[in-house]
Design a protein. Structure first.
Length: 178
């Protein structure tokens, strides 16, 4: 029985590796709160269709609706309230899906944290926008200073500049290309 489990485990690993290899870009970030505790893990995968698939696994978050964004700088200094992550990854656009000229490439749908503070969240970014350069290159995700993902203390209203009145930054993680 043990050799069968080993073979199945190896096959599952090969499927996962093949899936990531099929994508043009993969990036991850470990989210930490202001005390430095790990509160989540983000993975971005750019697919052959041009869609970017984002997955968030988080725990220990406050219950409620929270803003979730990609920020323009790959720095997460808790001492400054994660302001080191800069503004949203804007790409010359306005903030919010409800704004003329919006949204920013870094604008993501709010997350809804249930009782207990843990969630698994998936969304699509840049749906069906294939290009020779790829979405991550077009928006400068891995430019000279990188990018970060940030969770805010309140909901994004999808309209108000610069960050939808989402409040303080409560968790941050630097995106690293894989």
């Amino acid at each position: 029985m043990k050799p069968v489990r080993a073979v199945l485990g190896a096959a599952a690993l090969l499927v996962c590796v093949a899936d990531v290899a099929a994508a043009d870009m993969s990036a991850t970030a470990m989210l930490r709160d202001a005390k430095g505790a790990e509160v989540g893990y983000v993975q971005l995968r750019e697919t052959a269709s041009g869609t970017v698939w984002l997955t968030l696994n988080a725990t220990g978050l406050p219950v409620g609706t929270l803003g979730f964004h990609i920020h323009e700088t790959g720095a997460c200094e808790a001492a400054g309230g994660f302001k080191s992550a800069g503004g949203h990854l804007a790409g010359g656009r306005q903030h919010g899906i409800l704004s003329d000229g919006g949204p920013h490439p870094g604008d993501l749908p709010n997350i809804h944290v249930p009782e207990g503070g843990s969630l698994v969240y998936e969304t699509f970014v840049a749906q069906g926008v294939p290009s020779e350069r790829g979405w991550s290159e077009q928006v400068g995700l891995f430019d000279g200073d990188g990018s970060a993902v940030v969770i805010h203390a309140g909901a994004d209203d999808y309209r108000s500049p610069p960050a939808g009145e989402a409040g303080d930054r409560i968790a941050c993680g630097v995106l690293e290309k894989r």
